[in-house]
Every structure is written in structure tokens, then in C-alpha cells.
Design a protein around this ligand. Structure first.
Ligand code: NDP
Length: 263
């Protein structure tokens, strides 16, 4: 039996085991997907081999550590510098990033967008900035601290800390912070958020499965919005395709995985 897991901290909220196990069961693939709480990201590679894994997903806060843990990085993950999917290819760890394309698929329903404000500057923000830029939607980054802005500035994106930010008009406002994940915090000062929403066309929180304080504010502003469920589905479909080595198409995996959301 092939073994897969999701590494994260926290990880108990993750729906990935449900999604992937449902696909494995339905397609009669001899595989099992579990959750792995990992506090120290630098131990990821060691734990991966100790668990004899065939592959893994990586969530908050270890995506940059996962990038470092791999022997080879493929596709957009090279540019992003963060990995959310690892495949064990004959003892070599191959890193991918399926968050970027998953997010792009999720925002298609918002229609044509000119620019987007990304709140947060972690691994997810990097993935989103890269894929938005590639698709001609100008990303602007706003983070609580300046520590993680270097990557964005080096890549010529507009990037601000709370201290340096001067608000403008953005079509899409995105919460990529973990504020609201296991606490009840807004990712930004409430009145600034209200001002940003008053000029925006739509908003998305990449957190899924709960109404975050960010989403409550979006609802008050009466903007079209999404939580992170569609992104979760799409990144999961792409990761599962990699896990099963392309044995069936993503169009076959998607409706099966979507059914797991009903449980
Ligand atoms: P990281 O740990 O890499 O980054 C977290 C970011 O959140 C940092 O910029 C940090 O700012 C900011 N932050 C944390 N707490 C607060 C706070 N209280 N107020 C303001 N900013 C805060 O996380 P990831 O990028 O890996 O993941 C972020 C979120 O995205 C998680 O909630 C994760 O579950 C979700 N996600 C959802 C996906 C989906 O499929 N729907 C896919 C991928 C991620 P600072 O630098 O100042 O510390």
C-alpha cells in the first residue's frame, strides 16, 4: 500500500485526507492518506523517509521548508520558492506547487480582473502573486511585518508592510494570512479593510470550512466572495494526479474528489 500524508502545524483542520482517500477508494487504488502534525519544518525530509511515504502535501507553515527539503523542484514552484506537494521518485524528493493553479481555477468565476491585493506574505502569497502576474492580474502585497517582503521586492512586485502601506483601489482582495484559521482575528485593521472593500469588486479568503472574521466583513460589504474550498479542491485534484502518476485524468479525479466535500 502506498502511503501519503499532509504535514502542517496546525493540521487537524485539514480536509485533504478525506479528499484523497475518497479518490483512492473510488478508483480502487491501494493507498492511504493521513495527517502528520509537524512542529519543526527542518525535520520534514527525515520524517518523510521514516514514514516510508510515496508522497505528501505540505501546509502552513512549512511550504518554504518543503522547498528546501526536495532534491528537485519542478514547474512554477521554482519561481515561487514554496512547495505544497512532494513526490518520492525512487528515493528522490520532487517538489511541486499546485496552490497556484488551484487558486487561478478558483477565481475564474469572478470574471476579468485588473489587479489584486494579497494580504499576507507567506508561501501561499508567493504562489498567488506568481500566478496572478503570469495571468496579467497585477498583484500588490500587504503584510503585517516587513520580514517576508524581500522575495516580493526582489521579484519587482509592489510590496508593503502595515507601516508603509498607502491604500489604493483593487478589484480583488485576498486573505492569505492564517488570521482566522485557529483564532478569531482579522488579517488587517478593521476600518482599513472596510475602506478597501468599498472600492473592490470581489474578495476571497483561502481559509476554508469556516466563516472567518475576514469573510464576515466581506459579507457586511455585500461583495461577491468565496472561501478557500474551490482552491482546496483544485489544488487537491492536481496533487492527486501527481500522486497516482497520471493514471487517470484530472477531469476524472475532480468530480470524485468534489463528492468528498459532502461528507
Ligand atoms: P505562512 O505561515 O507561510 O504565512 C502566514 C502569513 O500570515 C504571514 O504573512 C504572516 O505574517 C501572516 N499572519 C499570520 N497571522 C497573522 C495575523 N494574526 N494577522 C496578520 N497577519 C498574520 O502560511 P501559508 O502561506 O502557507 O498559508 C496561509 C493560509 O492559507 C493558511 O490559513 C492555509 O490554511 C491557507 N491555505 C489554503 C489553501 C486552500 O487550498 N484553500 C491552500 C494553501 C493555503 P508575518 O510575516 O507578519 O508573520
Amino acid at each position: 500500500m502506498k502511503l501519503f500524508t499532509i504535514f502542517g502545524d496546525p493540521v487537524s483542520h485539514s480536509r485533504s485526507p478525506l479528499m484523497h482517500n475518497h479518490v483512492f477508494r473510488t478508483l480502487r487504488i491501494d493507498a492511504c492518506y493521513t495527517r502528520s502534525q509537524l512542529t519543526d519544518g527542518s525535520k520534514l525530509r527525515e520524517v518523510f523517509f521514516a514514514k516510508a511515504l510515496s508522497g505528501a502535501n505540505i501546509t502552513v507553515p512549512h511550504k518554504e521548508a518543503a522547498y528546501e527539503a526536495c532534491d528537485e523542484i519542478r514547474g512554477l514552484a521554482n519561481k515561487i520558492g514554496a512547495v505544497n506537494t512532494i513526490i518520492n521518485e525512487d528515493g528522490r524528493l520532487i517538489g511541486y506547487n499546485t496552490d497556484a493553479d488551484g487558486f487561478l481555477a478558483a477565481i475564474q468565476s469572478f470574471g476579468l480582473l485588473r489587479n489584486a491585493l494579497i494580504i499576507g506574505a507567506g508561501g501561499t502569497a508567493r504562489a498567488l502573486a506568481t500566478v496572478l502576474y503570469q495571468n496579467k492580474i497585477e498583484p500588490v502585497i500587504l503584510n503585517r511585518s516587513s520580514n517576508r517582503l524581500e522575495y516580493f521586492i526582489e521579484n519587482s512586485y509592489q510590496a508593503y508592510s502595515w507601516e508603509t502601506f498607502v491604500p489604493d483601489t483593487y478589484d480583488l482582495i485576498i486573505n492569505t494570512t492564517s488570521a482566522g484559521l485557529s483564532d478569531d482575528l482579522l488579517p488587517l485593521n478593521g476600518s482599513l479593510l472596510t475602506e478597501l472593500f468599498s472600492h473592490a469588486r470581489c474578495a476571497i479568503d483561502v481559509i476554508y470550512g469556516k466563516e472567518t472574521p475576514f469573510l464576515r466583513e466581506v459579507k457586511n460589504a455585500k461583495l461577491p466572495f468565496k472561501d478557500g474550498s474551490d482552491m482546496l479542491l483544485e489544488q487537491g485534484v492536481l496533487a492527486n494526479y501527481l500522486f497516482i502518476n497520471g493514471a487517470v485524468s484530472t477531469d476524472t479525479i475532480r468530480p470524485i474528489m468534489q463528492k468528498s466535500f459532502l461528507y
